[in-house]
Design a protein. Structure first.
Length: 90
């Protein structure tokens, strides 16, 4: 099983995405109109798709172009967001 740290070693831009998710979590706690669904659909998922998973462009780092890598990244990032909001994300 691939870990978050292994993912970041292979794709350092994931750290930037982690920082963005942490900032979004802070925003979500202050904004009663914040929507996990909107953030997931229009920001988080598209950003992750560029870095890990089947839609990752290129042929370098084949371990990043797997379902396992995608799920590990998404699981880590969703856990940074307000509890319960991302339970059904995939």
């Amino acid at each position: 099983m691939i870990t978050w740290n292994e993912l970041v070693l292979a794709e350092p831009r994931l750290r930037d995405l982690e920082a963005q998710a942490r900032a979004e979590a802070t925003k979500a706690l202050r904004d009663p109109e914040w929507s996990f669904s909107a953030y997931w659909s229009f920001t988080l998922r598209p950003a992750v798709n560029l870095l890990v998973g089947w839609k990752r462009p290129g042929t370098d780092q084949p371990q990043l172009r797997t379902e396992e890598a995608w799920h590990a990244a998404i699981s880590h990032l969703i856990c940074l967001l307000p509890e319960g909001e991302g339970a059904l994300a995939s």
